[in-house]
Design a protein around this ligand. Structure first.
Ligand code: MOS
Length: 731
């Protein structure tokens, strides 16, 4: 294996980021740039009666005010990766949630725009009291936009033969993504063509969506996102502020920048919706699971529902003959939900892995033994062998490194001074997919290569890993290869989301490099003097800037010589990679697995809860860059600690206003909340993808909440079925 792949290299864009040279959407500027500011609804339900913008229009520097009365009427956007797109803004007078945009003000400077936004006077007619409560009978229970239900066997029959039945309800709070980079859009019309700089995780989808909404050709829209300051799922949609920036630029005939404030980030770019989940689980005396029923309900907005496959991993997680899962939603007067790292699974795994733990304690089993007892040797739904599965090794390696055998099984028995200590465990089985993706590779006369695809790198390391892959395949040093992304003019890429980009894009990068090597061989084939004449791609290797015969390394040609010989300055090849067909599959596509071990400490006097130590062992197939992969798991773990102990978006029960929409009030983990973090990768390359890599963008977060809740129980004897586990729930 080439040293370029595996242990990894430093982030290739690290120096540019540290020096401030990387251009995030907030950094984009134009000579005649104008600035927009948003006016948001102060009620959660009702209608607009009148908007008086006279004072705003008269204010210093103001160029335009757009309301539902003056905004262009546009079309609805297409489905995204995880559900229907948010509806376009300012289309009518109805108010569906507190913080809904009711006007946008454009001015010469950001300060003038926000001053004038404060002068817009809005008169509302309040409707019925807003729907804000999960238990409000006015909100009907409805299916989620996609059917995510699974079923096998007969749950009631399974429960009837169980020695112990566990039934409980688990709840999870609303959580909000807080990427460091505020979301921003710069829209610039030039005649009838539009350039949009945006914090998107999916430039190609943003391009298609904006074109569809405006009713113009996709080729008239270019979306640029070379750098995104974190997103975690918030960048998967084209949000309403993006369309407003486009409206604003059209209205004033100048480029317009719109930067969300932190409070606006809480209503404008989605959130992980709250859930109520009921689990019924039956087990024989020997620990064998005989029934699992997992039913979830999540909150959704009145005018937008995203997909939360909350029970989506339950059926595949354990060997169990009788399983039924379903996901439902209740629409409320809340801001749009959206994706937040491990959407659905982050909530569902908390319930499933808490319930397994509860049964283990009830039977007197070690929680690890309980999980091994029900290990799914084959995919439990399809019965097919896993394409790769090192979950057993995750358990074994994790238990060993963590010191699980030091655990005293009795709850409340371990302590260190006034700290009660608990060991908690959770497993994760992650679904994963690969999608079609395109890339283009160019080699130049001076022996440098450039590979491009319209992907996004919101801090995950895509730019780095793709450069490694291209350098390895083309046999060039890392500094002779560039990888460019973040531009919808480049070949089509799927989203940086759903833990899917590395495998999908990696295959496309390989395909483009192979196509380029094939073109070079074709050129050599036309050349009587070329030692490569008559050879095929599988006969050669690319190394040290040249193509040479596998069987005789002396026999070969440098790229530079092939190009020079044909009087070419450069050569370009484009390719599309498609995932293997799922039809007639003999293997079940595995996805990554993980086992997570957490040492929880609870202060017996104050109820403070601290995740002191985490060991995460991940099977994500072949690891392409251990350094960036480990960073993904570290960041995910910290996000999981937030979900478990700190993060809760609180909506005022009377008004529907989010009361903690600042970084001062919404708690996310800081260094003091961050544990001693041990990350290990195990497993083998997965055979269902040429690269062998399974995704790992989300598995770092999922499982942490359950492991912590299980640790809290071990430490204190208290079973908390509601996250975040704040100290008031313990006292
Ligand atoms: Mo992620 S929630 O797939 O960006």
């Amino acid at each position: 294996m080439s040293p370029l792949i595996g242990p990894g290299v430093d982030r290739v864009d690290g120096p540019a980021k540290v020096r401030g040279a990387a251009t995030y959407p907030t950094d984009v500027t134009y000579p005649d740039l104008a600035h927009a500011a948003l006016v948001r609804s102060t009620i959660a339900s009702g209608r607009l009666i009148a908007i008086d913008d006279a004072d705003a229009r008269a204010a210093s520097g103001v160029l335009a005010v757009i309301t539902h009365e003056t905004a262009a009427k546009v079309k609805a956007a297409p489905f995204g990766l995880l559900g229907p797109a948010p509806p376009p803004p300012l289309q009518d007078d109805r108010i569906h949630h507190h913080g809904q945009y009711v006007a946008v003000v454009v001015a010469e400077t950001p300060h003038e725009a926000s001053m004038a936004a404060g002068l817009v006077k809005v008169e509302y007619e309040r409707g019925d009291p807003p729907l804000l409560d999960f238990d409000d009978p006015r909100s009907e229970l409805e299916p989620t936009p996609w059917d995510t239900a699974t079923r096998r066997g007969d749950v009631d029959a399974g429960l009837a033969e169980a020695a112990v039945v566990h039934e409980a309800t688990y709840t999870t709070a609303d959580n909000t993504n807080n990427p460091l980079g505020l979301f921003a859009t710069v829209a610039a019309w030039e005649g009838d063509t539009l350039t949009v700089h945006d914090a998107t995780q999916w430039p190609a989808y943003a391009q298609a969506t904006i074109a569809e909404v405006l009713g113009i050709a996709p080729t008239a829209v270019r979306v640029r996102a070379p750098y995104v300051g974190g997103a975690f799922g918030a960048g998967l949609f084209v949000w309403q502020h993006v369309i407003l920036a486009v409206f604003a630029s059209r209205a004033v005939g100048r480029p317009v920048k719109l930067v969300l404030s932190r409070p606006q980030m809480f209503t404008g770019v989605g959130h992980r919706p709250s859930s109520v989940q009921t689990i019924r689980m039956g087990v024989r005396r020997d620990g064998e699971l005989v029934a699992i029923e997992h039913v979830s309900t999540n909150s959704a907005a009145l005018d937008h529902a995203s997909i939360e496959p909350i029970s989506g991993a339950t059926a595949r997680s354990y060997s169990c003959a009788n399983v039924a899962t379903s996901d439902r939603q209740r629409r409320l007067n809340i801001a749009f939900p959206g994706s937040m790292r491990g959407p659905g699974h982050a909530q569902g795994n908390f319930a499933l892995e808490s319930a397994i733990d509860e049964l283990a304690y009830e039977l007197g089993f070690d929680p690890l033994e309980m999980r091994l007892r029900n290990f799914a040797e084959v995919h439990p739904q399809s019965g097919l062998p896993w394409s790769s599965n090192a979950l057993r090794e995750c358990y074994a390696v994790g238990a060993d490194r963590f010191g699980w055998s030091n655990r005293n099984p009795e709850v409340g028995s371990m302590r260190d001074g006034h700290w009660k200590i608990g060991y908690g465990l959770a497993a994760v089985s992650w679904s994963w997919w690969q999608v079609r993706c395109q890339a283009r590779a160019t080699i130049t006369r001076d022996g440098h290569a450039e590979v491009r695809s319209a992907a996004s790198d919101p801090g995950t390391g895509t730019r780095t890993v793709m450069r490694q892959l291209a350098a390895e395949r083309l046999g060039l040093p890392l500094d002779h290869v560039r990888f460019e992304l973040g531009d919808s003019d480049m070949p089509w890429s799927p989203a940086s989301g759903g833990s899917s980009l590395t495998a999908s894009l990696g295959n496309a990068v390989h395909a483009a490099c192979n196509a380029l090597l094939q073109q070079l061989l074709d050129l050599a084939g036309d050349d009587d003097r070329s030692p490569l004449r008559g050879y095929a791609l599988h006969d050669v290797v690319a190394t040290s800037g040249r193509i040479q015969l596998r069987t005789d390394p002396r026999c070969g040609e440098h790229y530079t010589d092939i190009l020079a010989c044909h009087q070419l300055n450069e050569l370009t090849a484009e390719a599309e990679a498609t995932p293997p067909s799922e039809e007639d599959a003999e293997l079940a596509r595995s996805g990554p697995f993980a086992a997570k071990f957490v040492e929880v400490r609870v202060d017996e006097d104050l109820g403070l809860i601290h995740a002191a130590r985490v060991t995460t062992v991940v099977d994500a197939g072949r690891i392409l860059n251990e350094k960036t992969a480990r960073s993904q798991i570290l960041g995910g773990t910290i996000g999981g600690i937030g979900q478990a102990l700190l993060e809760e978006t609180v909506t005022d029960a009377g008004t529907g206003r989010i009361v903690n929409a600042t970084l001062g009030d919404y708690l996310i983990p800081v260094n003091a909340d961050t544990p001693d973090n041990d990350v290990v990768f195990v497993g083998e390359p997965d055979p269902l993808t040429p690269l062998g890599a399974k995704g790992l963008g989300e598995i770092g977060l999922v499982g942490i909440a359950a492991a912590i809740a299980n640790g809290v129980h071990h430490a204190t004897g208290r079973r908390i079925r509601s996250i975040p586990i704040t100290l008031d729930k313990l006292l």
